[in-house]
Design a protein around this ligand. Structure first.
Ligand SMILES: Cc1ncc(COP(=O)(O)O)c(C=O)c1O
Length: 434
């Protein structure tokens, strides 16, 4: 289906209004002898057909051409991103969405039914908010968050209603490293699906599909696009599974990405391995620096020997990522003073962009009680550092001078500290976000 119609052949001169719409040729017409190295950005939300038959072939799935950006046929720039992501992940197929949360909720809507049960690892509280505020009350899906990281912790809590196990690795912001292989095997023996959110680990550090997982959902907003300039998400897996979502909920829920954000992500992806290597290097150096600092109570970074799952991380990962969690002896007050005194490092949410950003536990869990924060592994004095791409020495120098400003005599609150090894489940409170 190449475009062959000559729009000027209307048997009479066409008006200026029509010319303004139809005249001229696009920059990527067939006459070009060479192609651009940068992917063309197709902003078109709708694509025209030559014939009714072409249209019908497209709508019934018999033709590979784009038709509508929100629809199953998508848009050429977005489709290129989808195939590139599938290749990066060594997977058969990918579907791109308007945000990471869009990917997670589209996949949940597709596969979950009333009465199903889901197990999560202790992680990102946006997902628990999605479950507690939307999926559970509106769809009647039960869920539990597993505090442990080993196969026995999950095995003890599966039931015959458990439809899927959803695992975030590394968990944000606790940086737990779950036993992906063991949990996947146990789940598959019971016919339970395994989904992984590898946004924090990235496909550079972790080859998630080598562990047999069924689906990856991730945020493109972070390391994959990498420049803090676009929002997006992806669902990646077998063609059968991805097509089930594409032809099922995807177009109805309406979570298409903007072509411009897809284009920015394609540009960002080109440097992903280089950027991740620098994030890994900077975070390792900062984590080691913080671990030796007298005002720091503990540091959580999978690349440190002190991390409880360090050995597991070494066997699974080729790098330990750009996120660090640590706690200051002086509690939240100390964390606030440190953050307010940073010059080079910024205060802000999100991660995976060139700029180093810090968010304290008080900021992340601003709407949770102290005890709930502790249950999430985010006690008094907690700081999440999303380490960027700056020169390592500059990051350490700024952190050093900011910590110098923290008074020695602050002591924080010791109650509510999480035990080193947590077991069982917990149900984070439903939090009203608005
Ligand atoms: C691990 C993880 N997954 C998914 C998301 C959601 O991504 P987005 O902000 O693109 O919706 C986030 C956001 O912070 C995240 O940290």
């Amino acid at each position: 289906m190449t475009k062959t119609r000559d729009k000027s052949a209307l048997h009479r001169p066409i008006g200026i209004g029509s010319r303004a719409i139809h005249a001229g040729k696009g920059p990527y017409d067939n006459a070009l002898a060479t192609g651009p190295t940068v992917t063309p950005l197709h902003m078109g939300s709708m694509f025209e057909f030559d014939t009714v038959k072409d249209y019908m072939d497209c709508i019934t799935g018999g033709s590979p051409y784009p038709m509508y950006t929100r629809g199953t046929s998508s848009n050429p720039t977005i489709r290129l991103l989808q195939s590139r992501l599938a290749a990066i992940y060594e997977a058969e197929s990918a579907l791109v969405t308007g945000s990471g949360m869009g990917a997670i909720s589209t996949a949940f809507f597709q596969f979950l039914q009333p009465g199903d049960h889901v197990l999560f690892n202790r992680a990102f509280y946006m997902t628990s908010n999605l479950m507690s505020q939307t999926i559970e009350p509106k769809m009647g899906v039960r869920w539990d968050m597993v505090a442990g990281v080993d196969v026995e912790d999950f095995e003890a809590l599966v039931s015959d209603r458990t439809k899927l196990i959803y695992l975030e690795i590394f968990s944000n912001p606790q940086l737990d490293v779950i036993d992906l292989e063991g949990i996947t095997q146990m789940a598959h023996d019971r016919g339970i699906m395994v989904w992984v959110d590898d946004t924090v680990a990235t496909p550079v550090n972790l080859r998630t599909f080598r562990y047999g997982v069924d689906v990856v959902t991730c945020s493109l907003t972070k390391y994959l696009s990498g420049h803090g300039d676009s929002v997006g998400g992806a669902i990646i897996g077998s063609s059968k599974l991805v097509n089930t979502i594409r032809l099922g909920c995807y177009a109805k829920v309406g979570t298409a990405i903007s072509p411009f954000n897809a284009w920015l992500t394609l540009q960002g992806l080109k440097t992903l391995p280089l950027r991740v290597a620098q994030h890994n290097k900077n975070a390792q150096a900062l984590a080691e620096y913080l671990e030796d600092h007298p005002k720091v109570e503990w540091v959580r970074y999978p690349g440190l020997k002190s991390h409880p799952q360090h050995e597991r991380a070494c066997t699974m990962m080729s790098g330990f990522g750009g996120m660090i969690g640590f706690a200051l002896n002086g509690g939240d007050q100390a964390a606030t003073i440190m953050a307010d005194n940073m010059r080079f490092l910024g205060i802000g949410t999100s991660f995976g962009q060139p700029e180093t950003l810090c968010e304290t536990g008080l900021m992340i869990f601003y709407d949770h009680s102290f005890e709930e924060r502790a249950l999430h592994g985010v006690p008094d004095g907690f700081v999440r550092l999303s380490v960027g791409l700056e020169d390592t020495d500059d990051l350490i120098a700024d952190m050093a001078q900011a910590l110098d400003q923290v008074p020695e005599d602050l002591h924080g609150v010791r109650e509510g500290m999480p035990p080193r090894r947590v077991k069982g489940t917990f149900r984070p409170r439903s939090v009203d976000l608005e």
